[in-house]
Design a protein around this ligand. Structure first.
Ligand SMILES: NC(=O)c1ccc[n+]([C@@H]2O[C@H](COP(=O)([O-])OP(=O)(O)OC[C@H]3O[C@@H](n4cnc5c(N)ncnc54)[C@H](O)[C@@H]3O)[C@@H](O)[C@H]2O)c1
Length: 248
């Protein structure tokens, strides 16, 4: 794996208690960063901190749908350190069913976590990045936000929203040393797959020319570069990691 220098950088990784977020956090630690993982799953957060035992890793219980709690948490962090990197990774797929059968409350829940959650974290942290004239933001979208998956209209719409948010915010910050990019992974074996039916997962995999799941380290490697100072030009962009599924 390539190594990027993240020494003296502080990273917030949302949904960092497991899956992609945890692998990104581990990769950041190896690259020398201080990492704060945010998650609303208290039990998983406890387990991770006990297991990893690294003085550069800390946790905060944060629900990304709660702007007030995010604001307070950011205030606490920025009293004695900067936030250089934000990874908007926390997300859910929700139920897999046709749009006309979709429960409205469930639709709103998915948009609220995946899209509004990303907005809330960016809104709270970007002013600090502007003050420091440095920042790297990576939003974990999905190939479904580009292609639109059948029986996943809420999830696909939320991720399409994350892609558009990335492009808008990236342009708003382009005259500063702040990069905002999104990645669009195909399916990987994490807990999120349990939220989908077996048929849905099979259908997703059948669309991938590489004919396998994405590995966690393949994603975290791309995210690590995007989060480093070496990514000094790319912004407002979407980086594909779909094994050939999405060719645009
Ligand atoms: N695994 C895949 O196949 C896949 C593919 C494309 C994109 N993604 C995206 O990658 C991201 C990570 O997914 P994953 O596969 O690692 O899933 P995961 O379920 O393993 O991890 C997601 C984490 O987000 C946390 N979370 C959920 N809602 C939250 C909230 N309101 N506040 C704070 N934390 C919350 C969960 O507790 C969990 O720890 C998601 O945004 C997902 O949509 C995943």
């Amino acid at each position: 794996m390539n190594k990027f220098d993240l020494k003296k950088k502080v990273a917030v990784v949302t949904g960092g208690a497991q899956g992609f977020g945890l692998d990104i956090a581990k990769n950041f630690l190896k690259s020398g960063a201080k990492v704060i993982i945010w998650d609303n799953d208290e039990r998983e957060l406890e387990k991770v901190i006990k297991k990893i035992k690294n003085k550069n890793l800390s946790k905060q219980i944060v629900d990304i749908t709660d702007p007030e709690s995010i604001k307070m948490t950011v205030k606490k962090i920025t009293k004695n350190m900067k936030i250089d990197i934000l990874i908007n990774n926390a997300g859910v797929t929700g139920s897999t069913t046709e749009l006309w059968k979709y429960d409205y409350a469930e639709w709103k829940r998915i948009i609220d976590i995946n899209l509004h959650g990303t907005f809330n974290c960016c809104k709270a942290i970007v002013p600090h990045m502007i003050k420091n004239n440095y920042g790297r933001i990576v939003n974990i979208a999905s190939v479904s936000g580009k292609d639109g998956n059948a029986k996943a209209s809420a999830y696909s719409s939320s991720k399409a929203g994350v892609i558009a948010l990335t492009k808008s915010l990236g342009k708003e910050l382009a005259n500063k040393n702040i990069a905002v990019n999104a990645v669009t992974p195909a399916g990987a074996k994490t807990r999120i797959l349990n939220q989908m039916s077996k048929e849905h997962v099979k259908r997703m995999l059948s669309k991938v020319p590489r004919a396998r799941f994405l590995k966690l380290n393949e994603l975290s490697s791309m995210v690590c570069w995007l989060s480093s100072h070496e990514n000094s030009f790319s912004t407002a962009a979407v980086f594909d990691i779909s094994g050939g599924r999405s060719t645009y």
